[in-house]
Write a protein that binds this ligand. Structure first.
Ligand code: MN
Length: 251
């Protein structure tokens, strides 16, 4: 189990009250917080409840709210805990604690796009406005390599897909897709769609009609690698209609 260490006592009161600092850092935190008869998450909740019940809503409560979050207390859980205690300890105390808790858990108000970004290594980049006319739904584009071999990270919101298209070249050419996040599909004309999850690679030869995009219920990112060739061009064709997309992605 994680060993709890604490230096706040000595940092803040080491000169003024050395014994208190010693009891705080070595006994309360050094021994009591490391007692394993209660798990740490529960111990964090008990501490928050004790401080709230005592009406202590200063920086020490902020510390213990942050500690509770660090040990797995979610935004929904802290809201339920404070609401529960409000009935026993007092309504006004709950208001005071909520003001602090909202701040501690504020980054949990992330958008779905932010959450997906935090789950992948490559940047999502900017809205893919230049190619939006060839997509259904919102896509994003982030250049990864602009020299030698062009590599872009392409991100699709749930349900987003590009139109049927062909990567043409007179020699070489084509495209490689490597999924780097979420779940999506690749489909060649006349064949069933292939599901793509992180690490999956698809090699698209020159001249093959295909589309790629997200699953209906998941964000999706793939690296798109332009295979070097001669006289390369993209031919954009018809959109993948809703019914066609549904049949392809339902398997
Ligand atoms: Mn393609």
């Amino acid at each position: 189990m994680e060993k709890i260490t604490q230096t706040a006592g000595r940092n803040q009161l080491g000169d003024f009250a050395p014994d208190f600092a010693h009891y705080n850092d070595d006994v309360l935190f050094g021994e009591n917080w490391n007692n394993q008869d209660i798990d740490l998450k529960t111990r964090c909740i008990i501490t928050v409840v004790a401080l709230m019940s005592s009406g202590i809503t200063d920086s020490s409560l902020v510390y213990h709210l942050e500690n509770a979050k660090a040990h797995g207390v979610t935004r929904a859980e802290i809201a339920a805990i404070v609401t529960h205690v409000a009935f026993y300890a007092g309504w006004a105390k709950a208001w005071a604690v909520f003001r602090l808790a909202k701040d501690v858990w504020k980054e949990d108000e992330l958008t779905e796009k932010d959450k997906f970004q935090n789950s992948i290594f490559f940047p999502i980049g900017e809205p893919n406005d230049g190619f939006a006319q060839y997509f259904i739904g919102q896509s994003y584009l982030a250049p990864v390599s602009k020299e030698q071999v062009g590599i872009h990270n392409v991100t699709f919101e749930p349900g987003c897909r590009n139109n049927w298209h062909i990567h043409h070249a007179t020699k070489g050419g084509g495209q490689i897709l490597i999924c780097v996040g979420g779940r999506g599909f690749y489909q060649e004309w006349g064949k069933p769609a292939i599901e793509m999850t992180p690490g999956d690679c698809v090699n698209i030869p020159e001249g093959v009609k295909h589309w790629h995009g997200a699953a209906p219920d998941s964000w999706f990112s793939h690296l798109a690698i332009e295979v070097p060739g001669e006289n390369g061009s993209n031919e954009w064709l018809e959109a993948v209609g809703d019914e066609e997309y549904r049949r392809a992605t339902e398997g």
